[in-house]
Structures are given as structure tokens and as C-alpha cells.
Design a protein around this ligand. Sequence first.
Ligand code: FES
Length: 322
Amino acid sequence: MAEATVSVPLEVYRFQPGRDRVPRYQRYTVELTPHTPVLSALLRVRAEIDPTLSLRYSCRSAICGSCAMQINSKSRLACETPVGPEIERHGRIVVEPMANQPVVRDLVVNQKPFWDRYESIEPHLKPDPDHPMPVGRPTSMSPQEVERFHDTPRCIACASCYSACPAVGADPEFPGPMALAKLYRFVVDPRDGGHQDRLVRIQASGLWLCLRCHLCTDSCPKNVRPSERIRDLKEMAIAVQGATEAGSRHAVGFKENLKGAGLLNEMRLARATLGLGGFAGQLGQGIRLWRKKPEVARRPHPIEGMAELDQIYAALDKGDEK
Ligand code: FES
């Protein structure tokens, strides 16, 4: 028996720079089965209602990454997002181009900023002379070494993570989740001779701008988990070079600060993050904060369950994160 169709209300972002002053949302309704992907709904609109709608796609099989767009405010692949659950959850389907990239027309964006930031991490192997590729074998890595980056080759460069990332929009220095996940892949590759330099460079150029919101991992259609790889890079950067940036000093200071009482002493944390000079520069603001909230400068009373926290710290110091 044929599957029943449902009415699919679409609100599609329309904008042609140079012609339109502002974007608008155009409404269309098509009859489709709930399993139909959003991409097919848009193609139906283009074929039967409005041939001027611009969008990008290719494989229609979640392989090429071309059809990434925002569907009900979430970056995802249109060819693998069925219309039924979207309508059930939101009552309509709002389709917009990916964020953090300029719109060329309607749902098509210019991906140059995304690729420029990817290029900035030098995404290629820098051969290690002490670890040469053996003649006659395709790789000199053991299965355990390959296992360390088995997630990242799944990336199809769809830029969903880049679109979802608030740090990308806020700071042009931040390479973005996909670039950092790829960087991790080279840092843990034993054939790469540049991993220490890579870590030093990335610590000074944007690594700590990551907000740890995990929206990149949430939006990744291939479960690459970029936010976890960024966390790994941060730990490795501190291990190689120490905490050299405000972000890494904040992370280390936060961990130290909680020891002993289980609550933050915000003044001490600000000093650890900013250093003595930076802290002195913020003294006026600190005094205003202290007048409003004197407890920020007091040594906090230990929380209940401090013994459990001590055990966690002891396990961390032993390197046992489980
Ligand atoms: S069209 Fe290729 S991933 Fe969707």
C-alpha cells in the first residue's frame, strides 16, 4: 500500500545580493510522504512551482556534503533530513542558507571563508625523517595508531559544523571545528614531523576561542565529534608548551581553583587568567564587582561531598580520566 502523503509547509529564505535590499521568506506547500527528504521537497518546489529557487546539491546520498543548509535553525544535510519529523516537531519547515558564509543566492553560499580557514592549518602531511614510509607497504602506521584518528576521515567537509559554530562568527582568527578536527588528525599521525609546531602555532592562533558549546558535534552528520578533538588539541597543546594563552591559563586556573573547596574564587581565577599585569588593568572593575558582591573575594567554604571531589582530582593527577 502506498504511503499516505502530508502537506509540507515550507518557508524558504530568498535573497539575491545586488538585486534585493533585504532577504525574505517565501512560502510553498507541497504534498509528500513523511520520509521524503527536505532536499526532494525543495526540488519539487523548483520543478513544479518556482524555477528561480537556487540551491546546491549533488549525490543525494549524504556523501558529497553539497546540500548542507539550516533546517529549522539547525545546520544539516537536506538530502538526509526527512520532512515528517520536522513538521511533527515544528509544524513547518524553515529553510535557510548556512551561516558564517556570504549568500550568493537563496540557499547557495560562498564557501571561500570555510576553505581559507581550513588551508590555514596546513592540512597535509609534513613527513617525519625519523619515521619514513617503508618501501612496498601502503602505510607505516600500526592499527592502534590509525585508531587514534578513525573518526576524522569520515568528515565530508559539508561545513555544517562551521555554520553552527558561534566562535566562527565572532572571531575571524578561529579556524573552525572542521579545520581543528583535521588538524588533530595530523597531530596524532606518527608520520607527521610537525606536530609540536602545529600545537604551538594553534595555541597562539585561535584554539582557545572554542566556546565548548558542542554545537559542531551536534550538527555533524558523520559523527566526527569535532568538539572532542578540539578538547584533545587543548590538552596536547598544554602538555607540549604549558598554558601560554588566556584561554589555557583559564582552563588550568579553573581546575586549580576548585581544589580545596569545590567552589570558585572568582578573583583568583581572574588573576590566573589575566596574569598580574592584566589583572591590575581590570582592578577598577574588580573593585566594583567586590562592592556589589563581596563574596567573590572570600575563600569559599568547602562544599558537601568534598571527599568525592578530592578523589576525582587524585584520579586526574594519576592520568586516570575514567
Ligand atoms: S546532496 Fe550530497 S550530501 Fe546531500
